[in-house]
Design a protein around this ligand. Structure first.
Ligand SMILES: [Zn+2]
Length: 250
């Protein structure tokens, strides 16, 4: 029978036991991993956005909006998507520890905040890209998030141009209407397919490609850590429904 754990202390014990018993664990995380670091899930509808911006987040996060309302796109990007003050939480730091210990082989994430790398993780597949890479469409020069913020310090709607060649800069973030990077998807799939333990956390498992990716898992134990039920819960060997940063505080 599937275990359904709600007590954080029990979740910590079970997760510690599971990771101790595996050598190719993979963690697959979504927005819930970062909300514990104070980063809002910008894909969820939030009244604040409607007060501050004239368009809903899903519109402003589309490729078409980037092309047609570039200044407003960068205002949203700078004010809502880049969160340089955020720090890794216990989930991020524990995953980095597990990688160093040779237990965890990769992190697959839907988040774009770079917090896994900030915590020390090396093998991170960023399905939706990262705000820490902002790439010139003409020459390929890469600017970090701090540069983009500084460039918009006086006017957040200012459209950044490449300091090397003057070309247009596009955040390396997968917007609605854009395809995922094949190399990243293949890397994530390979990691999941060769994993012996898969822990999925902080994602509703509704949005593509999350729902499809876990079907490639062929290991012995699938754990889902999420506050709310997901449509994939029946596939899990263990369900943990408590705060993810707390569950990983072991
Ligand atoms: Zn350039």
């Amino acid at each position: 029978m599937r275990a359904n754990i709600t007590d954080p202390t029990e979740a910590q014990t079970r997760l510690r036991e599971l990771f101790n018993g595996h050598r190719r664990a993979v963690f697959f995380g979504g927005a819930g991993v970062s909300t514990a670091s104070g980063i809002p899930d910008f894909r969820s509808v939030d009244g604040l956005y409607h007060q501050q911006f004239a368009y809903p987040p899903e519109t402003m996060l589309s490729h078409e909006f980037y092309e047609t309302h570039t200044g407003e796109f960068f205002a949203f990007y700078r004010q809502k998507m880049i969160a340089l003050g955020a720090r890794p939480n216990r989930c991020h730091t524990k995953l980095a520890e597990l990688e160093r210990a040779g237990v965890l082989s990769a992190v697959v994430t839907q988040n774009i905040d770079g917090l896994h790398q900030a915590a020390g993780s090396k093998q991170v597949w960023e399905l939706h890209g990262s705000v820490h890479r902002n790439i010139c469409a003409r020459c390929g020069a890469v600017q970090d998030a701090a540069w983009v913020l500084e460039d918009g310090r006086e006017d957040p709607r200012h459209i950044p141009v490449c300091p090397v060649c003057g070309g247009p800069i596009k955040p390396d973030v997968v917007l609605y209407g854009e395809a995922l990077d094949d190399r990243v998807v293949e890397g994530a799939l390979a990691a999941i397919a060769s994993a012996d333990l898969l822990v999925v956390g902080g994602t509703s498992l509704v949005v593509y490609p999350a729902a499809g990716l876990i079907r490639y898992f062929g290991g012995d134990t699938l754990v889902i850590v999420n506050r709310d039920p997901t449509p994939q819960d029946s596939l899990a060997d263990m369900l943990i429904s408590c705060d993810i940063a707390e569950a990983f505080d072991f």
